[in-house]
Design a binder for this molecule. Structure first.
Ligand code: ADP
Length: 615
């Protein structure tokens, strides 16, 4: 079995320590232990030593029929007290002899333990011990369950109550649609009368749905902040308990507390932890979770919205929620909180940039364009990484370069400056990255990337290509998809054109290309033979979840063949493009190899030169 280097190191360390300890014990401790041992000798030896006057003390133990005696001996030139023992021998003259030699001698007095003490030791003490340990253990177990078995009805859910969140809608950038939907709730909290006068029933709850880190928690806090009401927050997982009924008790408790503090906002994060579909599996469902959900449903039905308690909940997995939870009268509103678009990203960057000292000329739009698909949390992190980098480099303001570098850090990890990569491999990587970019550029005619670097990253990437989108497109045309496929295969194509080899460096490209080609056929209806037929179903959209085929085995085999055909075609196209631009490929890769970084402008300049030379 191959051990991991870390484990192996730990093992070596452990073995060394044990060996050293054993050695020390052998040298110092054991000999001295052995020295104080009582040596057994013959009675004749005892008499001999007594006659020679070597014995200092004698103690007779008649109960065990032994005589223990000590004598001073010289061992290794040092005087040492040695202890001996011997069996009792009928020897009438012994006492006289001991007196003559001036030896100190005594007899051990047999001690008879008092019956009371022996009773305590053998009966009471173990009993007390058992009781104490037993109590301690029960207490521990109860503590682990978070509640005492005797007080089921009471819940101690961790509810985070904030009187003023201090967060307003202005702190949440972008997400205008979500804010609009929530603004009504704020208005209702300000003036419930207006709504009830006309006879309108107010929404009891809203469900915020979206990928992680898009600001759902923040939005909920902002609602409370805008309405200036207390904010109760609890995570769905807090309700999950070991005993049936306890989760439900927590729900009751939560609504009771909220009722007392009304008007207020109750925020339940990760509601899918309790709100999952109740299923009728033959194995028997999860009773506790279902009871908790039932309690939540009936509490939401039961409380009077006019009091001003609004329930907000967040989830990344809306598909898994129970239908009953989503019906009007409970979470009547479903508010999508999507990943920010270009304008949203720029706004989020600006909001977070306000908290740090920035140079004046920072181009947020550029950073926003380079971070397509990033969530609000990631963008906040980019600003923070930029600030950290500025401090590291001893500056007191964050610059554009800091932000650009931190985009790379957040996306691809830190640079591994001292990673050792052979010249040959570096050349391969350079060609690979340029291959992608060149195929992309030849198809679109514009700068395909902002920057390519071939410094290895801590994420394991060997190079990094920073892509900046010009505008934002929401639709993917078949032509674009095909050219994306060609671009993805461009890396491997370059390896083949230049070195006539294949490397594992293309594995990530292969994964992406396959996913895209598959989606084109099974979900986008871009295949000639299948047409507009859905062949695959996606689950957990917000968590990038997997998908499952919904077609016959025969169709699945045809899909596979078509995927291979699509990618094969794209690959051929990429090889063709690179062969036609061989000169530019060499020049660009040479440049990247030398400088380790190439920007979009430099790329286009070199490409233009070599195109012109050819023309
Ligand atoms: P979620 O609950 O959706 O997982 P959070 O609300 O906890 O995400 O957001 C995490 C962090 O990301 C926030 O603390 C905030 O700093 C940042 N963030 C996310 N979205 C936004 C946004 N739209 N505007 C400003 N900051 C945001």
């Amino acid at each position: 079995m191959e051990l991991e280097p870390k484990t192996r190191k730990g093992l070596l360390y452990y073995v060394t320590v044990v060996a050293v300890v054993m050695l020390l014990l052998n040298i110092f401790v054991f000999p001295s232990l052995l020295q104080t041992r009582v040596t057994e000798v013959a009675y004749s030896e005892f008499v001999k030593m007594l006659d020679a006057g070597e014995i200092k003390q004698v103690q007779m133990n008649e109960a065990e029929s032994v005589i223990v005696f000590s004598s001073e001996q010289t061992v290794n030139g040092k005087a040492q007290m040695m202890f001996y023992k011997t069996g009792i021998w009928p020897d009438d003259g012994l006492t006289q002899k001991l007196v003559d030699k001036g030896v100190q001698f005594t007899n051990t007095i047999p001690t008879q333990a008092s019956p009371l003490i022996s009773f305590v030791i053998s009966w009471v003490l173990p009993l007390v011990l058992f009781i104490v340990v037993g109590r301690f253990l029960t207490k521990k177990m109860m503590g682990g369950m978070g509640n005492n078995a005797m007080s089921f009805g009471k819940a101690n859910a961790k509810i985070y109550a904030q009187t003023e969140t201090g967060i307003t809608f202005a702190d949440v950038a972008g997400e205008d649609e979500a804010k609009d939907a929530l603004r009504e709730i704020v208005e209702f909290m300000h003036a419930p009368q207006r709504y009830s006068d006309i006879g309108a029933v107010l929404p009891k709850g809203a469900l915020l749905v979206g990928p992680p880190g898009t600001g759902k928690t923040m939005l909920a806090k902002a609602v409370a902040g805008e309405a200036k009401v207390p904010f109760f927050s609890i995570s769905g997982s807090e309700f999950v308990e070991m005993f049936v009924g306890m989760g439900a008790a927590k729900v009751r408790d939560l609504f009771k507390q909220a009722g007392e503090k009304a008007p207020c906002i109750v925020f339940i994060d990760e509601i899918d932890a309790i709100g999952k579909k109740r299923d009728s599996s033959p194995m028997g469902g999860n009773d506790e979770r279902e009871q908790t959900l039932n309690q939540l449903l009936s509490e939401m039905d039961g409380f009077d919205a006019a009091k001003g308690v609004v329930i907000l909940a967040a989830t990344n997995r809306p598909d898994s929620l129970d239908k009953a939870l989503l019906r009007p009268g409970r979470f009547d509103r479903r508010i999508p909180v999507e990943l920010p678009d270009l304008a949203g990203r720029e706004a989020i960057l600006r909001v977070h940039a306000k908290k740090v000292k920035m140079e004046d000329n920072v181009d947020y739009n550029l950073i926003a364009r380079a971070t397509a698909g990033a969530s609000g949390a990631e963008l906040a992190n980019i600003i923070n990484e930029g600030a950290l980098r500025a401090v590291r480099e001893g500056r007191d303001k964050v610059s554009q370069l800091d932000l650009q570098e931190s985009v790379e850090v957040v996306v691809a990890g830190y640079q591994r400056k001292n990673a050792v990569i052979s010249v040959k491999e570096k050349e391969l990587i350079a060609y690979h990255e340029i291959g992608h970019a060149l195929v992309a550029a030849s198809q679109s005619g514009t700068a395909p990337v902002t920057k390519i670097t071939i410094v290895p990253r801590t994420s394991g990437a060997l190079g990094y290509t920073m892509q900046v989108e010009e505008g934002e497109s929401v639709l993917l045309s078949r032509k674009d998809a095909l050219s994306q496929l060609a671009t993805l295969t461009g890396g491997r194509a370059a390896e083949e054109v230049k070195f006539n080899t294949m490397t594992s460096g293309a594995s990530n490209d292969i994964e992406k290309a396959t996913a895209l080609a598959r989606a084109m056929i099974t979900r986008y209806g871009m295949s000639n033979s299948f047409g507009m037929v859905q062949l695959e179903q996606q689950s957990d959209r917000y968590l990038g979840g997997g998908s499952s085929l919904i077609c016959s085995a025969d169709a699945a085999a045809r899909i596979d063949a078509e995927v291979a055909q699509l990618i094969g075609g794209a690959h051929e196209k990429a090889v063709g493009i690179l062969k036609d631009n061989r000169e530019a490929l060499d020049a660009l890769a040479g440049y990247l190899l030398e400088k380790e970084t190439i920007t979009g402008e430099e790329f286009m300049e070199i490409l233009g030169k070599h195109r012109n030379a050819k023309a």
